[in-house]
Design a protein around this ligand. Structure first.
Ligand SMILES: [Zn+2]
Length: 300
């Protein structure tokens, strides 16, 4: 398996040489220029995608792949979702493997009962870490350290938000419903209300998801997108070679973040499509529903 990190280092070095060397790197590059999900695999551990927010000591964003677990068949192999029809024991082993690889204690993962809604759960105390696990919500916000906010997905997009000034993190589960109801903007509102976060200070990232290349949608989704993004939907929906509409979910979530005040240069968008790359990702669409789940994890 190819490890992406040296490649990024090479690109950075190349860019640095091309630009005037006396200028500092930070004055040449904007955040999203050099921030991208990197494939990592340490010896004997699982491969995963990684995004270090704001360098050392900042938040860490992870996105697991389907590789390296013990589940079989359509759940092969690193299925992290219990509500998929897979064997419970296998998912438990997979979650332990993922926790070990990411260096996070099992008990510090917080997941929610995802319902394609727009509700944001605030984890405001150590008590909440235990008490609010499994609550019905599609997004989470916390200022706590070592609390791994986790969204499970297979084609839906995970939105990661980090405020390096107030030291607050948030994740959101955004399928087409969460995107048109602006669940990511709700996170920013809760962050502002509880912690005084300003969207313009936030660094954000959009996970691998069903890509524009493959994400066919029907008339009802088109109608919802047109209603949610009046005047802008033409850039989000297009007919490809077939007669079906395709939806650009990454671009839509980027617009949601920008509308809420996030600076475009602070939005990192993964280019990986979960439907194209079923060799490394679970895809709900690609497998017609019977499949596993990846985890999008954000921790500081
Ligand atoms: Zn694709």
């Amino acid at each position: 398996m190819e490890v992406g990190e040296p490649d990024v280092r090479y690109r950075l070095e190349k860019m640095f040489k091309q630009e005037a060397c006396e200028r500092s790197l930070t004055s040449i590059l904007v955040w999203s220029d050099y921030m991208e999900f990197i494939l990592r695999q340490q010896q004997g551990k699982l491969p995963y995608l990684y995004l270090p927010f704001h360098g050392k000591g900042g938040a860490r964003a992870f996105f697991t792949t389907r590789l390296g677990g013990v589940s079989r068949g359509c759940y092969s192999s690193l299925n992290l979702g219990y509500h998929t029809g897979d064997q419970t024991d296998a998912v438990t082993v997979n979650r332990r493997l993922a926790a070990q690889t990411l260096g996070i204690n099992d008990e510090r993962f917080v997941t929610v009962d995802q319902v394609h809604g727009d509700r944001v759960l605030a984890i405001e105390s150590e008590r909440d870490v235990v008490a609010k696990k499994g609550s019905m919500a599609d997004a989470m916000v916390t200022h706590l350290q070592d609390v791994a906010l986790t969204i499970l997905c297979a084609d839906c997009q995970a939105v990661y938000i980090y405020d390096p000034l107030q030291r607050v993190i948030a994740v959101a589960h955004a399928g087409w419903r969460g995107t048109v109801t602006r669940v990511a903007a709700n996170c920013l509102q809760v962050m502002a209300h509880l912690y005084g976060s300003r969207p313009r200070d936030c660094r954000t990232a959009l996970s691998p998801a069903a890509g524009f290349c493959c994400y066919e949608v029907g008339e009802s989704v088109c109608a919802a997108v047109k209603e949610a993004f009046p005047g802008l939907w033409q850039g989000l929906l297009a007919k490809k070679d077939t007669d079906r509409w395709h939806f650009n979910i990454s671009q839509a979530n980027s617009l949601v973040l920008q509308d809420a005040g996030v600076i475009k240069e602070n939005i990192c968008i993964s280019k990986l499509c979960t439907i194209c790359r079923q060799d490394i990702f679970f895809s709900h669409r690609g497998s017609k529903g019977a499949t596993g789940r990846m985890a999008a994890v954000l921790v500081q």
